[in-house]
Design a protein around this ligand. Structure first.
Ligand code: GDP
Ligand code: MN
Length: 346
């Protein structure tokens, strides 16, 4: 599968995931950029044009991303992280207290100790490491033919309203879901303060041409004849917050995201594991494996609220008008209208 998330929304962690579900293994091809084209058999294939990883340091630990920790153990450049007096690096969420007697210096070059009000590492501090140092690189990660792609997963940081995972109803609806992507601003974006920003296909900072034509290109790919085997579109949100305790995430994330991938692969294999909602297919109660996750309730992860989504649709319409105008493909507008219609009937 390939995923498109805005900056600092979990691409690197997803690419290097250590599954918390027994029986699954993840192979990594790349963590950031996929160049994709259809092969002679009509299969979409992806290559990774990069040879390294450029990941967000804070939050990276042996627990959250052991493969990244192995990858950055040598030959790595760190930017804007904290330093230890014995020549090491430090950041928030590293989960390793420095050895006794070792002191810390913040990314600003000032003495720093745990509990200081300012972070030790800049929230967008990063590591830059050779991909071949990641223990789970796929044997074909440098194969110029690329690897087959069966699912394209969109996602972002949405503290409320957007379920943990849903599948688009069709290719055209999937292109609409990609165009409608939004995410809470992070340290990697230019805006601050929990604002929810539009970021179609996670491409907002990278569009090299008219974004309406970009959507039209995706729509046209869905019209390929000749036995093309099209991937299916999904949307994930690892970042739902507990309304009662907004500093807490509802979903444990990281290795547990394998549970969501398992549901997605179940869909691709034709399992009858979903129920329709106005926004797409969500796991049927019991179909997403929540075993061993006390306090995580299906209901909290998959609520699709009429009011929330009506507001979302209104804001999307205004965004389209302001940013795409007459260049918005009419198929995408038709999908917005179809969503509005389904919400009305809720
Ligand atoms: P990228 O810029 O899209 O590659 O994002 P990263 O994978 O580097 O992650 C950005 C930040 O989000 C880091 O601080 C991660 O620890 C955090 N993160 C990634 N995946 C998850 C997840 O599943 N749950 C939570 N709560 N945080 C995550
Ligand atoms: Mn990354």
């Amino acid at each position: 599968m390939a995923a498109a998330f805005p900056s600092a929304c979990g691409k690197t962690n997803l690419a290097m995931l250590s599954p918390a579900l027994p029986g699954w293994r993840v192979h990594c091809v790349g963590d950031d950029i996929a160049w994709m084209k259809f092969d002679d058999e009509g299969r979409l294939r992806a290559i990774n044009p990069e040879c390294g990883f450029f990941g967000v340091a804070p939050g990276t630990s042996a627990k959250t991303n052991p493969n990244a920790m192995a990858a950055v153990s040598r030959n790595t450049i760190f930017t804007n992280v904290g330093h230890t007096s014995d020549g090491g690096v430090y950041w928030e969420g590293l989960d390793q207290a420095p050895p006794p007697g070792v002191t810390l210096t913040s990314w600003l070059g000032k003495p720093w100790s745990p509990g200081d009000p300012e972070p030790c590492a800049h929230p967008n501090s990063r590591f830059c490491a050779p991909a071949r140092q990641c223990p789970i690189m796929d044997p074909a990660w440098e194969d110029p033919r690329g690897v087959p792609i069966d699912a394209i997963i969109f996602g972002g940081r949405r503290p409320r309203g957007v379920p943990l995972v849903f599948e688009a109803f069709s290719w055209r609806h999937g292109v609409f879901v990609g165009s409608a992507m939004r995410s809470e601003a992070t340290a990697a974006a230019e805006h601050k303060g929990g604002r929810i920003l539009h970021d179609p296909f996670a491409m907002r900072p990278f569009f090299g041409y008219n974004a309406g034509q970009y959507l039209a290109h995706w729509l046209a790919m869905g019209e390929r004849g000749g036995g093309a085997r099209l991937p299916r579109f999904f949307h994930v949100n690892w970042f739902l917050r507990d309304p009662a305790r907004p500093q807490k995430f509802l979903w444990p994330g990281f290795g547990h995201n394998a549970r969501v991938l398992a549901w997605i692969f179940g869909r691709l294999e034709g399992e009858d594991n979903a129920q329709a909602t106005p926004i797409g297919w969500v796991p049927r109660e019991g179909a997403l494996d929540l075993r061993g996750l006390p306090g995580v309730a299906h209901r909290d992860l998959f609520e699709v609220g009429k009011e929330f989504w009506e507001k979302e649709a209104r804001e999307l319409r205004a965004y389209y008008e302001e940013n795409f105008g007459e260049d918005l493909p009419r198929e995408v507008m038709a999908e917005l209208e179809a969503l509005e219609g389904r919400l009305k009937k809720m």
